[in-house]
Design a binder for this molecule. Structure first.
Ligand SMILES: [Cu+2]
Length: 319
């Protein structure tokens, strides 16, 4: 190999490296990432994109170069030289992919563990508890099996270390909607509201067929399977409204099974929650909440001229 050729190869290698590093981090293929978990996943995606871009340029470049450089000359009808086997080359092209796959495995396992993939809890067994001693070992086996079968993502080790209590929200997927229940308040909503910075734990279940809970901006997707509870944990970081999409063909109206994730300030979240509680309360007094100084709607009720006397009259009228 001449010095000129060596220099050309080195320059090309540097060029491919620069292009790969740049494109891998500027591909613009993904929507905004709105949680640290999403950023961790993007780090892995970008890393794979850098490697893929490098390989693409190398392989396509070689292909195009060889097709042009070694094409048949017009007056040449002879065959090419009979080249057979090259141990060094074969070791290189087996070794490089092996190393890449190993690095990617370790990196993706690391990301999976960072976002809580090793921590999902299996749904609690609410069936009758056997008491006989001889069934204990069997029970132990069943417990470990149900731990093993836990689906989704649990609390992230970082949040666990900070001792942050996640806000638990039940997600029930049915044909063709997601229902969100806030167990602390009993509020049931068709949209998922979460306060910014608060670790969230979703307990996902399905009421009829298999659905899938997907939020592209969280980079999270989890099947909702009848009879099995799955979890997803994340910490919303960027306020805004993002789509929640059913990602499993679940029937003729599957395409319409969409709603929103609303990440908002703690204040807005509390106001929303209170509004839902008022709207869902059955008593007229609570619904208008004239006395409750904490109520959000009190000023509006006053503005409309709604007072206790009017309420009493309405109540008497409706009885
Ligand atoms: Cu669905």
């Amino acid at each position: 190999m001449t010095t000129a050729n060596k220099i050309t190869i080195i320059v090309l290698a540097i060029l491919i490296a620069i292009i790969s590093l740049w494109y891998g981090q500027n591909h613009g293929l993904l929507p905004a990432a709105v949680a640290p978990e999403a950023e961790a996943i993007d780090g892995l995606f970008d890393f794979m994109m850098i490697i893929a871009t490098g390989l693409f340029l190398l392989i396509q470049g070689l292909l195009i170069y060889t097709a042009i450089r070694f094409r048949r000359k017009p007056s040449d009808d002879t065959d090419g030289p009979p080249i057979e086997g090259n141990v060094a080359l074969e070791i290189v092209w087996t070794g490089i992919p092996t190393v890449i796959v190993l690095i990617l495995s370790i990196y993706s396992f690391e990301v999976y563990s960072t976002i809580g993939g090793l921590n999902p809890k299996a749904a609690k067994d609410e069936g009758p508890q056997p008491v006989a001693e001889e069934t204990q070992s069997e029970q132990g086996l069943m417990a470990s099996a149900s731990d093993y079968l836990a689906l989704g993502l649990g609390e992230s080790p970082a949040n666990q270390a900070k001792n942050l209590t996640p806000l638990s929200i039940d997600v029930n997927a049915i044909q063709y909607a997601f229902l969100f229940t806030y167990p602390d308040t009993g509020v049931v909503a068709s949209e998922l509201h979460v306060p910014v910075g608060q670790p969230i734990q979703l307990n996902i279940s399905a009421g009829d067929v298999i659905h899938a809970f997907w939020v592209p901006q969280l980079r999270l997707k989890q099947d909702a399977i009848p009879g099995r509870e799955a979890q997803l944990s994340f910490t919303p970081e960027k306020p805004g409204t993002y789509p929640i999409i059913c990602a499993e063909l679940c029937g003729p109206y599957h395409g319409a099974m969409k709603t929103n994730l609303i990440i908002e300030s703690q204040q807005d979240y509390e106001a929303w929650l209170q509004q839902q509680q008022v709207a869902q309360s059955e008593s007229l007094d609570n619904a208008v909440a004239l006395e409750n100084s904490n109520s959000l709607l009190t000023p509006y009720a006053n503005q409309l001229g709604v007072n206790q006397q009017l309420l009493d009259e309405l109540k008497a009228y409706s009885q």
